[in-house]
Design a protein around this ligand. Structure first.
Ligand SMILES: NC(=O)C1=CN([C@@H]2O[C@H](COP(=O)(O)OP(=O)(O)OC[C@H]3O[C@@H](n4cnc5c(N)ncnc54)[C@H](O)[C@@H]3O)[C@@H](O)[C@H]2O)C=CC1
Ligand SMILES: O=C(O)[C@@H]1CCC=N1
Length: 296
C-alpha cells in the first residue's frame, strides 16, 4: 500500500524535525480530519503561532463549515485522499462515534510514512493500528479548547509504532498552542476527564457564580465582569505563584469572615464529593467510548 507524496523527502521527524516553539512556519504539512470545535481550535492556534495556512489542510463533512474556515483562516480544504497525499501529519478530530467511516476512508491511503495523531476521546491507538497499514505510527492526544488562545493543556501518548521522534514532533506542534505532558496511554481516559473536559467544569462554575450575583441583585454585566476577572486572577495566581491551591484559598479565608461561611455551604452541599463523582463519571465514559470499538 503506497502513497505518492507531492514531496517525497524525509518526514519532519527525521533529520532534525522542527526547530521548536514559535518557529513553525513552513516546516511541515498538517491535515486536520474533521474541523469542528477542537479541529478549528487547533487550526486557529497553529495559524496564530505562525504556521503557514497553506500548509494546513482540513477535511470537513459540512460544506458550509468548510467555506467558513477557509474564509476565516486561509487554510486549505481537501478530501481524505488529498490530505493523506500531501500531509506529513494527519490529525483525526471527528467524534469517536464517527470514527468508523473515516477509518474506512483512511485505510487505503495511509501508510507508515504518515504520522496519525488522534484527538478522539476514548479511542485507543490500537484501534488505528489495527485498521491502518501495518507499522503506521499513531500518537493519541487529549487536548482542550483553550488551544484557541494558546493556552491548551495537551497530554500525549505513543502507540506501538510511534517513536520518540514522533512524540517530539507532536510535542513541538502542540507546544505552540499551549502546554504538553507525556502520559502513559493507560492514563488517557483519566486525563480526558480532568483536562479534556476540564474547561467545561470551570465554565459551569463561572456560570453558577454569575447566577449567584443575579440572586444578590447585581446587574448581569457587572456580575460577569466580577466573576470572570476573579477567575482570571485566581488562575494566574495558581499558574504563577507556585503555591498550593489550599494555601491560596486559606489566604482568602479570614477567621469568622465571609469566605468560611461560603465554604461551609460548599461542604454541606457536597461540592467536593460531586467533583470527584463527576470526574470519575467522565473517565468511565471515555473508557466506554473506547470499548465500543474493541472488537471490530
Ligand atoms: N470539544 C472539546 O473540548 C474536545 C474534543 N475532543 C475530541 O475531539 C473530537 C472532535 O470533537 P469536537 O470538535 O468537539 O466535535 P465537533 O462535532 O465539533 O467536530 C467534529 C467535526 O467532524 C466533522 N466530521 C465528522 N465526520 C467526518 C468525516 N468523515 N470527514 C470529515 N469531517 C467529518 C463534523 O462535520 C464536525 O464538524 C472528538 O473525538 C472529541 O472527543 C478532545 C478534546 C477536547
Ligand atoms: O465531551 C467530550 O466527549 C469531549 C472530550 C473531552 C472534551 N470534550
Amino acid at each position: 500500500m503506497g502513497v505518492d507524496r507531492l514531496d517525497p523527502g524525509s518526514p519532519p521527524w527525521e533529520g532534525g524535525g522542527w526547530p521548536g516553539h514559535g518557529t513553525l512556519k513552513g516546516m511541515t504539512t498538517i491535515a486536520v480530519l474533521g474541523a469542528g470545535k477542537i479541529g478549528e481550535a487547533l487550526l486557529s492556534g497553529l495559524v496564530q503561532a505562525g504556521h503557514d495556512p497553506e500548509e494546513l489542510l482540513f477535511t470537513e463533512r459540512s460544506a458550509e463549515r468548510a467555506s467558513e474556515l477557509v474564509k476565516r483562516y486561509g487554510v486549505v480544504e481537501a478530501d481524505v485522499a488529498g490530505a493523506a497525499t500531501r500531509a506529513d501529519v494527519l490529525v483525526v478530530a471527528v467524534k469517536p462515534q464517527d470514527i468508523e467511516p473515516l477509518l474506512d476512508e483512511l485505510a487505503p491511503v495511509v501508510d507508515r510514512r504518515t504520522l496519525v495523531v488522534s484527538l478522539c476521546a476514548g479511542l485507543p491507538t490500537s484501534l488505528f493500528e489495527r485498521r491502518l497499514a501495518e507499522g503506521t505510527p499513531v500518537v493519541r492526544v487529549m487536548p482542550n479548547t483553550p488551544m484557541v488562545v494558546g493556552a491548551a493543556m495537551s497530554a500525549i501518548s505513543a502507540g506501538r509504532h510511534a517513536t520518540d521522534e514522533h512524540l517530539a514532533l507532536v510535542e513541538r506542534l502542540l507546544s505552540s498552542v499551549g502546554r504538553v505532558a507525556r502520559v502513559p496511554e493507560a492514563q488517557q481516559d483519566a486525563v480526558t476527564a480532568l483536562s479534556g473536559s476540564g474547561p467545561a467544569y470551570f465554565f459551569y462554575l463561572v456560570e453558577a457564580m454569575i447566577d449567584a450575583g443575579i440572586l444578590l441583585g447585581i446587574p448581569r454585566a457587572l456580575a460577569t465582569e466580577l466573576i470572570i476577572q476573579s477567575a482570571v486572577g485566581a488562575a494566574t495566581m495558581l499558574a504563577e505563584s507556585g503555591e498550593h491551591p489550599v494555601t491560596l484559598r486559606e489566604a482568602v479565608t479570614s477567621p469568622a469572615g465571609t469566605t468560611i461561611m461560603a465554604i461551609r455551604e460548599l461542604e454541606r452541599h457536597g461540592v467536593r464529593a460531586a467533583m470527584l463523582a463527576a470526574i470519575e463519571a467522565a473517565r468511565d465514559r471515555s473508557e466506554e467510548l473506547g470499548r465500543a470499538h474493541q472488537d471490530d
